[in-house]
Design a protein around this ligand. Structure first.
Ligand SMILES: Cc1cc2nc3c(=O)[nH]c(=O)nc-3n(C[C@H](O)[C@H](O)[C@H](O)COP(=O)(O)OP(=O)(O)OC[C@H]3O[C@@H](n4cnc5c(N)ncnc54)[C@H](O)[C@@H]3O)c2cc1C
Ligand code: SF4
Length: 513
């Protein structure tokens, strides 16, 4: 019996060169990668995101060919490209006579269903293999929290530390503590200079031309001859090295800081390389530990722990939440918020300095760091009562690293509290006081951060109290927000009225802010 001829699909976020599939070339196996409208059009993406994905896919196919593998690569403008996974697979299977189809388990629920359905319809047998990327299986988190109402990240993270023996001294955490958040998370005081960043000069002009020619609707800006994001494994590894050498020493200290003067601060900008699977999370963690091991006087343990927590903890946790709560998560709306997303989310054209900065850099670089996403754009959308679907659509489109498995739990659950609190113990909202303490945005803002009402009172202040006031029935039993209600109840009734009137005026026309 001749061995079967196999067609294997690789999706754009499955660029894992260390996968066991690629150990040695096999003439009976052909890999297929495709640039398709099915993926460019399901949401309006940032132009840098589309270009970076296509560039990374093209580079990946070149690497596979160089290793001796057979590869079919369909470009967006190939005349035979049907623009859907199923259409392309059917055509290739028919014309090239394959006996078997294989794919790597996708990370998105949408594609998971679609591929399973496609396999049922194909004329040949199909099966899925693991993507060999994550440190947990899809169902691990759900199993870990079985019977629990809340899914506490901290307990999951400690379990992961023990399970993978990362930063452990026998059964105790290295350094004696699991969590160094108290020492970390300071405002940026300009004392530590921000190191020179490693930006790449990837020329994606051809790709951008094709995207434009095919009239793919995108958002944001790009310099086609100088795409700064890594599009190969070698570049991704260079970025890891640059991060652990230069940025890690101050990562934890300033991980929550924001400044108008710089858009990345001490963050790694590794999310795109990891989410496309050019990098494995464990190798990033190991590189950080190795750097700390080599120079413990330069990199303090709280910096290392702060970083390891993001990848071993938050990243795996969010993936587990996604699979535990899907498909319901995609339609949750605990507060029944219905407002439209203000127009300035698409232009950055607002007088609110913090939003102008966070949105402006997102349009320019397809990037904002975690606290900007959570406490500026997410915070404002939640206070303003924007429908979580509109919020999701924006986050899913605008960021270089946005893929639904990680975007949705971060946006709907963590940032918008639309899951009613399974992930966050309280809604992540704040008045201007927090933004003022963690950034320099307020210093040059037209609005007055310390005023709750009045002509130029900061919108975050009145909207904050209005949020708690209107959601009292849903929130007042929450022990973590009880204090807010006690403060509100003690406030003079005239003051309360002025705050609520101010919020009503702002909510009436968010686009004017
Ligand atoms: C509303 C909202 C939406 C988000 N959407 C996405 C998204 O679409 N894709 C995405 O990768 N991250 C998302 N995040 C998480 C986080 O903001 C980004 O991972 C981070 O900003 C990426 O930049 P970095 O690589 O410089 O991260 P660093 O600050 O250097 O952190 C290192 C790594 O830790 C991981 N990480 C840190 N926080 C989280 C988190 N909360 N969830 C998952 N991984 C985390 C990332 O892989 C990141 O690369 C979102 C957060 C919020 C609040
Ligand atoms: S004053 Fe208000 S709107 Fe202006 S930057 Fe500060 S928090 Fe943002």
């Amino acid at each position: 019996m001749p061995k079967p001829r196999i067609l294997r699909l690789i999706l754009g976020d499955q660029l894992n060169l260390s996968h066991s599939w690629f150990k040695k070339p096999d003439r009976r196996v052909t890999y297929v990668l495709m640039e398709i409208r099915q993926e460019t059009d399901y949401v309006k993406h940032h132009i840098q995101k589309v270009a970076a994905f296509f560039a990374a896919m093209r580079n990946f196919s070149v690497s596979l060919k160089a290793l001796g593998h057979r590869v079919v690569y369909l470009r967006l403008d190939d005349s035979t490209n049907t623009q859907t996974v199923e259409g392309n697979l059917s055509r290739i299977i028919k014309t090239k006579k394959f006996d078997q189809f294989e794919y790597l388990l996708p990370d998105e629920y949408r594609l998971d269903l679609k591929l399973a359905e496609t396999v049922r319809r194909l004329p040949i047998a199909g099966r899925a293999a693991d993507s060999e990327h994550f440190l947990t299986d899809r169902g691990d988190l759900n199993e870990f929290f079985a019977g629990k109402k809340r899914y506490l990240m901290e307990s999951f993270y400690r379990w992961m530390r023990k399970r993978y023996e990362i930063m452990m001294d026998q059964s105790k955490p290295l350094g004696g503590k699991w969590n160094y958040d108290q020492k970390n998370r300071q405002a940026y005081d300009q004392k530590v200079p921000i190191p020179q960043p490693l930006f790449f000069d990837n020329d994606v002009s051809d790709i951008v031309k094709t995207i434009r020619k095919k009239k793919v609707v995108t958002l944001g800006e790009i310099q086609p001859a100088k795409l700064i994001w890594p599009t190969t494994r070698a570049q991704s590894l260079e970025l890891v090295q640059s991060f652990v050498d230069d940025f890690l020493p101050a990562f934890g200290t300033y991980q929550d800081a924001m400044t108008g003067g710089n858009w990345y601060l001490f963050h790694s900008r590794l999310s795109f390389a990891m989410n496309t699977k050019m990098l494995h999370p464990l190798e990033v963690i190991e590189a950080a530990i190795k750097a700390w091991d080599k120079k413990p006087s330069k990199i303090k343990i709280q910096q290392l722990e702060g970083f390891v927590r993001q990848i071993l903890g938050w990243r795996e946790y969010m993936r587990g939440i996604y699979w535990a709560l899907m498909p319901d998560l995609a339609t949750m709306n605990y507060f029944d918020h219905q407002a439209a997303l203000p127009d300035f989310y698409w232009t950055g054209d607002t007088r609110m300095n913090c939003l102008r900065a966070a949105i402006g850099q997102s349009l320019k670089h397809a990037y904002a760091h975690h606290i900007q996403r959570l406490m500026i754009t997410g915070n404002f959308a939640l206070l303003a009562g924007v429908h979580p679907e509109a919020v999701d659509e924006w986050y899913l489109g605008i960021y270089i690293d946005a893929i639904q498995w990680v975007e949705l739990p971060n946006t709907r659950a963590m940032s918008q509290f639309a899951d009613g609190g399974r992930v966050a113990t309280k809604p992540y909202v704040s008045s201007a006081r927090y933004i003022h303490s963690m950034s320099d945005y307020c210093e040059t803002c037209e609005y007055k951060w310390n005023q709750r009402h009045g002509e130029m009172a900061c919108p975050f202040n009145s909207l904050y109290w209005d949020f708690f006031n209107r959601h009292r029935p849903r929130l007042q039993q929450n022990p973590r927000v009880g204090m807010m209600y006690r403060t509100w109840d003690r406030m003079d009734s005239g003051e309360k009225k002025q705050i609520l009137n101010q919020a009503a005026a702002y909510l009436k026309d968010l686009n004017r802010l």
